[in-house]
Design a protein around this ligand. Sequence first.
Ligand code: AGP
Length: 607
Amino acid sequence: MCGIAGVVLTTGQVGPVLYDSLKRLEYRGYDSVGEATIIDGRILVKKDKGKIDEVERELRISGLDGVVGIGHTRWATHGAPSQENAHPHIDCKGTVAVVHNGIIENFMQLKQDLEAAGHTFKSRTDTEVAAHLVEENLKQGIGLVEAVRLAAKKLTGAYALAFISTVEPDKLVCVRKESPLVIGAGTDANYLASDIPAFLPRTKEAILLDDDEMAVLTASSIRLIKVETGEEERRKSFTVEWSVETATKGGFPHFMLKEIHEQPRSVRDALRTHPIYLDLMASTLDRAKRIFLLACGTSYHACLAATYAFANLAKVEVTPVVASEFIDGYGALVDQDTVVLTVSQSGETADTLTAVRGAKDRGATILAVTNVMGSTLTRVSDVYVGQNSGPEMGVAATKTFTAQVSVLIKIAVALAQRRKTISEKELQVLENGFDRLPEWVSMTVSNQGERVRRIVERYSDSLSFCFLGRGISVATALEGRLKLLELSYLPAIAYPAGESKHGFISVVEEGYPVIFVAPDDEVYSRIVGNVMEMKARHAQVISLVGEEDGEVARLSDETITIPTGIPSSLTPIVYILPLQLFAYYLAVRKGYDPDFPRNLAKSVTVH
Ligand code: AGP
C-alpha cells in the first residue's frame, strides 16, 4: 500500500500542495517519498528514502515549482527502500514521470521486452515499466492519453498510476485497476489521490474512478475514459461530508475496524507474491534437514497454522517455535542443514531478531516473511518475501495475520508441488480456494459484523472466555484469544478442543462462554463431541461454523456463519475475521481504545 497524489493548478506552485497531500497519505506508507513536476519543459524529480519530514528537510520537496505535479509516499513491495526505488520513476529520456500504488504482476516479462527494445532501467521496482511503456508508445507519435491507455492494457495486477509528461505539460493522466484512485474537483485546480484526505482541505467534491478507467485532468477540466475502448464517460462528483480525521480512517471510528475491512484487498495482495520467490523459498526448504518456523505473538500463530499445511500438503515436518524460546530450546540442533523460516510483520521484533542471529551464527539459512521491506529482518535473512499488507496502524495485528497465513500457505503449496506430494485435484481445489479467498473474506466481514456486535452485547459482562478448535483451527482459536486479551484485558483461554477435557474443563460452569472454531473440514466430526462436553457443563457455546452446518449449530447458543467450501488450509484466513470483530466490539463496549491497547507497542524492540 503506497499513497499517490497529483495536482494541476492554474497558477502557483505544486510543491506545497503535494507535500501537504503526502503528509495526509503518510498512513499508507512511509519508507520513501518523492515528487515530480515540469519546469521549463523538463521534468524535475526530488525523491529519497526516509519519512516525509526527513526527505523534506534534506530536499525541500515542498518548494517544488511548476503547475503540474505528482507525488508518492512508499511502502516497499518490489525493491528495498532506496533513492533509486523511490517514486516518481522516469523513462529513458526524461519525458514521462509516473507514480504507482499497487503491484504489476507481469513486470518481469515487460521489463525484459523493454530492455530488449533498448530501454534502460534505473530501479528494481515493478513501477518503472509503466514509464518506459508510455515512452515506447509516444515514440509512435500518438498523444499522451492514448499512450497511457495502451500501456495500461498491457499491465496485469493492481495499479493506480499517475503520469505527467513534457509532451503535454498541462495534463495529469491517471489510470486505475483494483488500487484506489479518487479525483478531487477544485475551482481553479484539480487533484488526484489514493484517498480523499489528501485533497479534502482544498475541495470536498470528489469522483471515484472505477476499475479499468482513466482520468485526464487539466486545471479546468476532468475527463473520464474507459481503458478498454477509449470511450469517454460521464460521472458527477459527490460532496464529501467527512472530516479529515474520519476520512483518514476511511469513515471507520478506528484504524482497527478499517484494517479488518481492508482484508479482502490485503489478502489479494498477499496472494500476489511472485511465484519466483515462492519457488526460491520452496527449493531452500526442500534441501533442509530441519525446518523451524520462528515468530512472536500473532506471527507465531500464523506459523502454527502453516505447520498444519506443511505437514498435510508438503508432507514436511516443521517445528514452530516462539522466538524467545528458540535458542534455549533448539539452539543445540541448529547447523548448516537447518532452515529457519521467520515471520515478523515489523521485521524489528527484538526476540525474533535475536533468535535469527543465533540461528545464523550456527550456520542456518534464514528465510523471512515480513511486511516491512528494508527492516532489520530483511537485512539479516538470506531470502525474504513481502506480505504486501501496507502499514498497519492498529496495535492489534489483523490484516497482517491473514496476509501472513496466505503467504505461508502459498509457500507450503509451492513446496508440495516441488516434492510432488499433492495431486492435481488437490492443487486445483487449493488454487480455486486462493481465487475465492478475497470474496469469502469480504462476505464474512460484511455479513457477520452486525451479528458479532450483537453477540458481544449479550456477553459483555463475562469475566473470561475460552476459544477451542481442532487441527488447523487451534491456530485460529489461539489468535482469537490473543486479540481478546490484548484489547479487552480479560483473562482468556485457548486450547486444542480435544485437550480441554485434560484440565480446562474444570473451569467450566453454567454460563461460561466457550467459542468453538468449527469449520466443515476433516476434524469436524470430532469437534461435535467437544461441543457436547461443554454443553453438558452448561457452558454458553458460541460457534463459528460453515453456512450449511447442522450438528454444531444445533448444539450452540449462538452461531456465526462462514461461507462453505473453504479448503481446510485456508480456513484460518476467514474464520479469524469474526474473532477480530469480537475483540474489537468488546473493547469498544468496555470503553477501551482498540487502536492503542494499554502496555502494548506495535513493534516490541526490547527483550
Ligand atoms: C499482535 O496483535 C501483537 N501486536 C503482537 O503479538 C505481535 O504480533 C508480535 O509482537 C510480533 O510482532 P511482529 O510480527 O512485528 O514480529
